[in-house]
Design a protein around this ligand. Sequence first.
Ligand code: HEM
Length: 138
Amino acid sequence: MIIKNTQLQYGFEDTSYVSAGGLDGIRALVESFYSYMDSIDSAQQIRSMHPDDLTIPKEKLTLFLCGWLGGPSLYQKKYGSISIPQVHKPFKVGFEERDAWLLCMEKAVNDQPYPKEFKKYLMAQLYVPAERIRMVNE
Ligand code: HEM
C-alpha cells in the first residue's frame, strides 16, 4: 500500500511561495510590514535607516521574498545577485533592531490569510537571516 503524504511541506519547491499568495500575496505582506514599521514605536530606529519614500525598498523586499520562498527569481532578474548580510553591513543592527524588524514582520504575517502553520514556519525561517545580519554586524 502506498501512503501518500498529503501534508504540505513548506520549503519544498514553490510550496512556500504559493502559500504566501504568490507575487500579489507577498506584495500585500510587504505593504503591511512597512506600515507597521511606520507606526510601531520600537521600530522607529530601523525606520530611520530607510529613505522617506519606501517605494524602492518595498519593491526590493517583495521581489527578494518571491525567490527566497521558492518562487521566481524576480529580484535577481531586476537588480542582480544579492548577499543579505552584505547589503545590511552599512546599518547598525543589534538585538533591538533585529527584534523590531521581526516584530513588524510578525504583525504583518498575522494580518495575512495564511494557514496558521505557514505563519509559524515563515517566522521561524525569517529569524535565520535576521539573526545572521545581527551577527555579521556585531
Ligand atoms: C535584521 C533586521 C533588519 C533591518 C534593520 C533591515 C534594514 C534594512 C535597510 C535599512 C535596508 C535599506 C533600505 C534602503 O536604503 O533602500 C534594507 C534593505 C533590504 N533588506 Fe533588510 N533589514 C533587516 C532584515 C532583513 C531580512 C531578514 C531580509 C530578508 C529576509 C531583508 C531583506 C532586505 C532586502 C532584500 C533589501 C534590499 C537590498 C537592496 O537591494 O539594496 N532584510 N534592510
